[in-house]
Design a protein. Structure first.
Length: 161
């Protein structure tokens, strides 16, 4: 983690619970990519307060996480949550930790700009490291969307010194 970097790409989820681990699957897929200066990538696991330090150090955080909603599995949405209530109603198994962390960041006055890619999943598998075909098929698309947003942020006046 480089304190001078401006963007954190953070994959959230439980790798051992199938589709629920889509965020960490994306982060682990991108970790070997050559990223531009100013960008770090982290497998954030199941989120929660242990990630607070990451959120406090970056002005921009791109999150990737699973959500249980009524959309077909593999649906990708980009949300820009500013408050805990802005997160989807049915985030995966760790949603309480993320929402609480966002509330803490607001209280501390250290809230970064968050860009949240949520991927719809059908259910949380209790064991297994493989993604369902519907979710696995969108991994390259999520990575492309994350990189497109990352490049857009790097060239914007908000990120460039």
């Amino acid at each position: 983690m480089n304190p001078e970097n401006k963007i954190l790409i953070l994959g959230i989820g439980n790798y051992l619970m199938g589709d629920e681990g889509i965020g960490v699957q994306v982060a682990n897929s991108m970790v070997h990519d050559i990223l531009p200066a100013g960008v770090d990538i982290v497998d954030g696991g199941t989120g929660g307060f242990h990630l607070l330090g990451y959120f406090e150090q970056y002005p921009h955080v791109i999150l990737v996480d699973a959500t249980l909603d009524s959309n077909p599995p593999g649906t990708i949405r980009l949300i820009k949550p500013k408050f805990a209530k802005d997160f989807p109603q049915a985030m995966s198994t760790h949603d309480i930790g993320l929402k609480d962390m966002v509330s803490a960041l607001q209280i501390l006055g250290t809230m970064p700009e968050i860009h949240l890619f949520v991927v719809s999943i059908e259910s949380i598998q209790q064991q297994g490291i493989t993604l369902t075909p519907e979710v696995e098929s969108v991994v390259p698309l999520i990575i492309d969307k994350v990189k497109e947003l990352m490049h857009s942020l790097l060239v914007s006046e908000k990120v460039v010194n």
